[in-house]
Design a protein. Sequence first.
Length: 162
Amino acid sequence: MVRLRVGLIATIAALVLGLLIAAAKSSFDTQSTQTTQITADMILLDNLLAEYGPQARPIREQMRSIIGPLADQLWREKQASTAAPFEFSAAGEKAYLAIHALSPQNDLQRSLQARAAQLSTDLVQTRLVLFAESENVIPTPFLVILVLWIVIIFASFSCSRI
């Protein structure tokens, strides 16, 4: 009878552990995709601003100075407490506003400025989604219960052999 119960608990623990691994992998894949999207958008935005002309050069330089701190912030969000609110960097917000404040001189620049403005908005949106999903996907009480189940399984095996 004890072996039947232990077998049932072991099966449930194995299923739950499999679900935990799948949830963690899914979360990692989502965050990896969003990080790749941010990188691609930054490169495309830099190319659009380069095509815009010399008026956009200060914005491009400002964006390049933002990349290092942005990468650091992305990695630190996992370690920071989830209760902390999201804060835009002052340099990032300044670059965002500067893109919207560009004064196009011709149709090509108008088109490039509109595309750059849309891309910068998409970049901010992706960044906010990444922040919102940076929370721990697996609740701590759930992990405690799983560890307790595994301890019970090993304890019952050691008791049944005595």
